[in-house]
Design a protein around this ligand. Structure first.
Ligand code: AMP
Length: 940
């Protein structure tokens, strides 16, 4: 169709924007069978341009794009949300109407599905699921029609049979939402799987019994805990019991098709049940925890419903390693952690996505309410963060703590609507129908493994008690809880079903209850499939028991350094660099040849080169990490002729370790959490997250607080993540000056992490190497520079790099006789160069300057050695660029006092306290900077 003709048709139609999917569907039906659409649609499609010799699907894609463009042009004011209305007013014959009916069920059957076990949830009525909407009547019921692509396995059916079949498939316990997927293969695949068995496949007696046993365990566990520890918080699963057979089924199925590791992330709801009934935690250990006993080898510890666990699980395809991630109370934040952990395991297993399965378990209010969920969906298909799809399960108990489902928790029809942003299929399922639950579970796994995409199961259930067991839910949800009180438990319902259909004797169902209770009394593992761990592939033991001052050998021979320097500054001859990048690389070549001192970018690249050269791997992500926010790194080169890329660091030596540097999605929270997950699963890869500007780390505050700073203390989990946070007062205003050093220092205790402020290229080189060479895995927080990247004084020689030592404290570098010193200024970071420059201009010899390059753990011994030279000095100053209430002054002052000689006084030179991190005016910034430097150097 000529664009003008098409546009004219469009303008006269109700079709636009939101209806594009419907138009596509009509077009697909037309491609299958031109007679299956109304005359008016057929006319439209027949006039579409035909391109000789081009594949049908190519045409289809081009035309689909045409629809999209037109949809964008279309008058949105006239959009109709009813996908079934044909604005072109077709003169339908009955066959067309029948095919449209099938289509309507595929689109909207889920709205009529029986999803809520309590029967309280009322969905908007989908009128196009009524025969009358399609002008079909009782008199048409026995007529036989072609069923088009309806994948029931027969070409024709009576309307009566078809209508029943459609209702069975789309409107019983499963509400399948997948028509938002634009990829025809995926859509057809799902239709085939769902329609061929009417969403309810036959299952064996054996499987039925195992489902009932799992439901018995789920129910038995909660009842046992409720009786033994009445009122104790356990965040019972009751109401969502189907989660247990679901998880066991999912793991079994995954193992059968070759999965070797499963990493699970979940919040508190039902966690104890999962720990005991899926992961095989010993119940007696849990009972001890309820009684207040604890394993004090794990630092400060955590509550039992946040604890992680690892075990193996036997399946017909071999043992599968299970890891339940430790998690804090912050709902949903564990999901990117799980993804990161999975990515590390996938990397280890030669990038085979199907060898490792991430399962994340969400709450209905949380999945809709927490922004980090969107971030993880956005990451799910990107180069740096893909994990081959996550199976996401929502325990949809239709209430968030005390907040009711629709009016207050969300603005979407389903809690899962966010998943549509990546066109994930969503299976809503009534949790009181465990066989339907098993059907969607297996389907979800098969989809994830085939298409490597996220998939969502919305387990619609209820919560038998309040948010926790001491809560009173009737106060806020009276009608719901009156209903719940009378509602039989899932085990009971399913046992009755199996007895009624003759699959089981009542006495067997009763026996399962007794056997489970006896097993709990016995205190031993209750999961038949549990096996001791053998499947996980990383040995953490070399890294356990080391602190930051563990000795290490970081020295590197000058010749080796020169060779590495040559490699990091080389690229293929035909590769055409941008002129500015070319200049950087010419300089690097001169540095490699010893003709120039090394700058920051070169030293940093050399550190990475030396690490991969020794066989370790590196993973770095961050906003703009390939190039570097400040045009200094250029680890990824871009060919100006064809936009291809080249990484010198991937071409260091034959047996080098891998290095990957990814520019990340524009997120801090999920990306940081992902990298935390990666680093806690992989100690042999140097993992680095870089913020574009240091203060962007604010967006990941929960990850710093709940995981990075405290994960080892709470859970005994080591993490060697390095975090680069550009920091420095350069007059760029409140937002880009401060990485909020004070916040990191305030979280310091128990040697939980290291906070460093390197001031020279040699220091950054040796700091990065130390982090990897030393057999210790603790987070490293780095206040990394901006203007220092190009500061003429911030340069180092190859010899300084080769020493292999990160100096935690650097003493005076100028020729200043300690005996003549009357004041010592201590500082960190960029301000050092301002002080040095001014002192040289002043030709002062009575002030010495000491740099603290590691603020935490405070290097007391190294500081003492340097301070000893000035033991006669009584006037000590801490100088910082940050306002007084920020930076290191308040957080580290106790260390400074401890470091200076007895009887000396310590004063402050820096900006006044301020609510904002920095002023917004360059002239004021300059005045302040000048004043604080003068203040530090002026002996009163
Ligand atoms: P996972 O594969 O996560 O289940 O871990 C298997 C085992 O390795 C755990 O039970 C721990 O003993 C150990 N482990 C895993 N991650 C860490 C870590 N970050 N720090 C220390 N030990 C770990």
């Amino acid at each position: 169709m000529q664009e003008s003709v098409m546009k004219a048709w469009w303008d006269s139609s109700h079709m636009a924007g939101a209806n594009a999917a419907y138009v596509e569907e009509q077009y697909e039906m037309y491609l299958d069978n031109p007679q299956s659409v109304s005359d008016s649609w057929r006319q439209v499609f027949e006039t579409l341009p035909k391109v000789d010799g081009v594949e049908l699907e190519t045409n289809h894609t081009a035309i689909r794009n045409q629809f999209r463009q037109l949809a964008a042009l279309g008058p949105t004011a006239r959009m109709s949300s009813s996908a079934g209305k044909d604005g072109a007013a077709p003169s339908d014959d009955r066959q067309v109407k029948v095919l449209q009916l099938i289509n309507a069920y595929r689109f909207r059957g889920h709205q009529n599905a029986n999803l809520d076990p309590l029967g309280l949830w009322k969905q908007p009525k989908a009128r196009d699921l009524d025969l009358s909407h399609h002008s079909l009547t009782e008199s048409d019921m026995d007529a036989v029609f072609n069923v088009g692509s309806y994948a029931i396995g027969q070409d024709t059916m009576s309307l009566r049979d078809l209508f029943k079949s459609l209702n069975r498939t789309y409107c019983e316990s499963v509400g399948a939402e997948y028509m938002h997927i634009t990829d025809t293969e995926q859509k057809r695949w799902l239709q085939q799987r769902i329609e061929s068995v009417e969403a309810s496949p036959q299952i064996s007696k054996e499987e039925k019994v195992s489902i009932l046993k799992a439901l018995t365990a789920a129910d038995g566990m909660e009842k046992y805990l409720g009786a033994k520890f009445p009122g104790a918080k356990r965040f019972s699963l009751e109401g969502g019991d189907a989660l247990i057979p679901m998880l066991k089924g999912l793991i079994t199925e995954a193992g059968t098709v070759g999965t070797k590791e499963v990493v699970i992330g979940m919040a508190h709801r039902g966690r104890l049940n999962v720990l005991i009934n899926v992961l095989g935690k010993n119940p007696s250990v849990l009972f001890d925890e309820f009684s207040g006993k604890h394993d004090n080898t794990l630092g400060s510890g955590d509550v039992k419903y946040h604890a992680g666990f690892s075990s193996d699980f036997a399946t017909p395809g071999g043992n599968v390693h299970l890891a339940l991630a430790f998690n804090p109370s912050h709902l949903e934040i564990v999901n990117p952690v799980v993804m990161g952990s999975v990515r590390a395991r996938i990397d280890r297993r030669n990038d085979d996505f199907n060898k490792v399965l991430p399962i994340t378990i969400h709450g209905d209010s949380a999945i809709a309410g927490q922004g980090v969920v969107q971030e993880t969906f956005n990451m799910s298909q990107t180069r740096g963060f893909a994990v081959g799809g996550t199976v996401r399960i929502v325990i949809n108990n239709q209430v968030g703590f005390t907040t009711s489902k629709t009016e207050d928790t969300r603005s979407t029809q389903y809690c899962t609507d966010i998943a549509k942003m990546v066109q994930a299929p969503i299976f809503h399922v009534n949790s009181d129908d465990p066989e339907a639950v098993m059907f969607v579970t297996k389907l979800a796994l098969e989809y994830r493994n085939k298409f490597k995409k996220d998939v969502v199961i919305d387990l619609v259930c209820y919560r038998r008690h309040g948010h926790n067991e001491s809560d009173e839910p009737n106060a806020t949800q009276p009608l719901m809880y009156q209903k719940i009180k009378k509602h039989p438990v899932p085990r009971q319902l399913y046992a009755d079903q199996l007895v009624a259909e003759g699959s089981l004797e009542q006495r067997d169902a009763d026996r399962f209850i007794e056997e489970y209770r006896a097993a709990l009394d016995h205190g031993a593992c209750v999961v038949e499939e549990w096996r001791p761990m053998t499947e996980h592939s990383v040995d953490w033991s070399p890294f356990i028991g080391h602190d930051w001052d563990t000795p290490y050998d970081g020295a590197i021979a000058i010749d080796k350094l020169k060779q590495l320097a040559e490699s990091v500054s080389s690229y293929p001859e035909e590769f055409k660099l941008h002129s500015r990048v070319n200049k950087v690389y010419q300089d690097r070549k001169a540095m490699a040849a010893g003709e120039k001192l090394l700058d920051w970018g070169m030293a940093e690249n050399l550190a990475y080169a030396s690490i991969v050269d020794s066989g370790s791997s590196i993973r770095m992500t961050g906003q703009d990490s390939g190039r570097g926010t400040f045009f200094h790194r250029h680890a990824v080169l871009h060919n100006q002729t064809d936009a291809s890329t080249f990484m010198p660091l991937q071409n260091i030596s034959k047996d080098q370790g891998e290095i990957e540097i990814f520019d990340s999605v524009l997120s801090e929270e999920a990306v940081m959490a992902f990298e935390y997950g990666f680093a806690t699963a992989e100690p042999t890869t140097m993992t680095i997250w870089e913020a574009q500007f240091g203060d962007f780390a604010n967006g990941a505050q929960v990850v710093f607080d709940q995981f990075l700073s405290s994960g080892e203390a709470k859970w005994g989990r080591l993490c060697g993540l390095t975090v680069l946070l550009p920091h420095g007062y350069e007059g760029q205003g409140p937002e880009h000056s401060s990485a909020r050093l004070e916040r990191f220092l305030q979280l310091c205790a128990d040697h939980n992490w290291q906070v460093c402020v390197p001031s020279t290229p040699a220091q950054v080189f040796n700091m990065l190497r130390r982090q990897m060479v030393r057999p210790m895995r603790k987070p490293l927080i780095v206040m990394s520079p901006k203007s220092l990247l190009r500061h003429p004084l911030a340069v180092s020689s190859l010899e300084e790099l080769s020493e292999g030592v990160f100096k935690n404290v650097i003493g005076e570098v100028d020729e200043i006789d300690p005996a003549g010193v009357k004041r010592v200024v201590m500082c960190s970071g960029k301000v050092y160069y301002d002080l040095l420059d001014q002192r040289r201009k002043n030709e002062q010899t009575d002030v010495a300057i000491i740099r603290l390059e590691q603020l935490y753990p405070f290097p007391q011994e190294e500081a003492a050695k340097i301070v000893a030279e000035y033991s006669h000095v009584k006037d000590w100053v801490w100088c910082q660029e940050e306002p007084q209430n920020q930076g290191a002054w308040y957080s580290s002052q106790h260390h400074f006092w401890q470091a200076i000689p007895d009887g000396a006084k310590l004063t402050y030179a820096g900006r006044e306290a301020s609510a904002s991190p920095a002023v917004g005016y360059l002239s004021v910034h300059n005045q302040q900077q000048k004043a604080l430097v003068e203040d530090a150097l002026t002996i009163k």
